[in-house]
Design a protein around this ligand. Structure first.
Ligand code: M6R
Length: 369
């Protein structure tokens, strides 16, 4: 039921604080991430993993790309993120010390299911991150970590995505503890960051009116670009996907470092560009690089919409619009930065009079190839 909301998607965007809270519930003990579902493996198996391959499609793949940074940093295992349909039709090298993690909100995506089957037949272990109890992919996996985001009805995934990142971060912290790659104090500090996210998402959601104003103003946009760096890169890709699927606008996400390798040629006067700006505190080495990217494209006439940390004064002189996110550790910013992008896509689609819950040509779960 939609309750008082205009759409399921609007409701689901607003439910993200609960989606994350519920995904964390029962998985934090004495300040440490402890995922009971991983006990099926035994610590020796987790400690022996040499490589992780994440398979997923669409938004779920962007959750995987986001989590790659945390898993590699915390648990120090190399992570590859693969689109399920690309993975299953080549000859991927899989060994028994490879862990395959599938991510699927529905748990029914055909390509992801087939990728999991392929991986297990090749001798790899498979964990599924899924939001739908008893779905096919978890049944075909060695273990499942359910996201408890609640049923996601809108075709565009929102709370499914934030729930997936929360679950993957719990997994990464559990793995780092078992593998001894971080001290208990360092682990506990990350858990505190994770637990603070729901409240910070709630704060981010308060900018709805400002997002709507921008969306109404941008209804006639023909193309919108999204730039991000480090964990902001998959968020740029996700922002572009949301805008494509909901508002039918050509949208592309780029890694900010790629600008000079091609995309900057697209910049002409009036071109709207969303930029996910890393924190000036937490990512002091990357922040000035992204600010200089902003200056470069602004000098060529781009209209800059920045998603920046509260109090980031360096961005203000160069941005036409700024949406703020609360202070958080660098790896936690994606859980906040994605929110204004989701809100922008739904507001723009609404301003164009489109059906945001059922965008044209799309289905909620893609059970065919
Ligand atoms: O159910 P799944 O998470 O496996 O679905 C994967 C994609 O089909 C899905 O995320 C799709 O990209 C969404 N429509 C994005 O909003």
């Amino acid at each position: 039921e939609k309750g008082g909301w205009s759409s399921f998607m609007a409701k689901e965007i607003s439910e993200q604080p609960d989606a994350v809270t519920n995904t964390l519930r029962g998985r934090i003990h004495d300040g440490q991430a402890v995922v009971p579902e991983l006990e099926a493996f035994g610590d020796d198996v987790l400690a022996g993993i040499r490589r992780i391959v994440i398979v997923a499609c669409g938004t779920a793949a962007y959750a995987g790309q986001t989590a790659k940074y945390a898993i590699e940093k915390w648990a120090q295992v190399p992570v590859d993120v693969e689109l399920s349909h690309e993975f299953r039709y080549r000859d991927p090298v899989l060994t028994s010390d490879t862990l395959v993690i599938s991510i699927s909100q529905s748990g029914e995506t055909m390509d992801t299911l087939m990728a999991v089957k392929y991986a297990r037949e090749a001798g790899a272990k498979a964990i599924s991150i899924c939001n739908t109890q008893g779905a096919t992919i978890p049944r075909e996996s060695d273990a499942v970590i359910y996201t408890h985001a609640g049923p996601e009805v809108a075709v565009a995934s929102t709370k499914g995505f934030t729930g997936q990142i929360a679950a993957l971060y719990l997994f990464a912290l559990h793995l780092a503890r078992v593998r001894n790659t971080m001290s208990l104090e360092e682990l506990a500090a990350q858990v505190v960051e994770l637990q603070a996210i729901p409240e910070k998402i709630a704060t981010t959601l308060l900018q709805e009116d400002a997002v709507r104003q921008l969306a109404v103003w941008m209804t006639d946009s023909r193309a919108v670009l999204f730039l991000g760096r480090h964990v902001g890169f998959p968020i740029a890709l996700e922002g572009a996907l949301k805008l494509k699927e909901l508002a039918y606008i050509h949208a592309e996400g780029f890694a900010a470092g790629e600008l000079k390798h091609g995309p900057i040629a697209l910049i002409e006067p009036g071109q709207p560009v969303f930029v996910v700006v890393p924190s000036p505190r937490g990512s002091a080495h990357l922040h000035p690089k992204v600010v200089s990217n902003i200056q470069e494209i602004r000098a060529r006439g781009a209209r800059i919409i920045a998603i920046a940390e509260q109090g980031d004064a360096a961005v203000l002189p160069f941005a036409d619009t700024v949406f703020h996110i609360p202070l958080a550790g660098p790896l936690f910013e994606p859980l906040l930065a994605v929110v204004p992008l989701q809100m922008f896509a739904i507001e723009l689609a609404t301003a164009k009079g489109l059906d945001v819950d059922q965008p044209r040509n799309l289905a909620k779960s893609v059970t065919v190839e």
